[in-house]
Write a protein that binds this ligand. Structure first.
Ligand SMILES: [Zn+2]
Length: 106
């Protein structure tokens, strides 16, 4: 898998599933599961048990995970989700470029 394709704080668009078309910032990348959590996308309801801090439990909504294959980096210039091209710089760093317009994401 292209493990470093998407990183925390990247801006992505959902390309499949019920959240298709939604955009947001990547909050977390779960590399071992190939999943990401995107801000304000894919809300799921969770039951919260009463804890010492709160007298009663309840239902909270929070972001669920999305599979990496269902999100793409969003390119502002192209105005859509794009494929990534990698380029190794002279200093050895590898940057991610938009395969469409060449804009750098790093
Ligand atoms: Zn682009």
């Amino acid at each position: 898998m292209s493990g470093i394709a998407i990183k925390r704080n990247d801006f992505v668009v959902v390309t499949a599933g019920k959240e298709k078309g939604k955009k947001g910032k990547v909050l977390r990348v779960l590399r071992d599961k190939d999943r990401v959590i995107v801000e304000k996308v894919n809300f799921i309801k969770r039951h919260q048990k009463p804890s010492s801090g709160q007298k009663q439990g309840g239902i909270i909504e929070r972001e669920g995970t999305l599979h990496l294959s269902n999100v793409m980096l969003f390119c502002e210039k192209c105005g859509k989700g794009v494929r990534i091209r990698r380029q190794r710089l002279e200093d050895g760093h590898v940057v991610r470029l938009c395969a469409g317009c060449g804009e750098s994401f790093d």
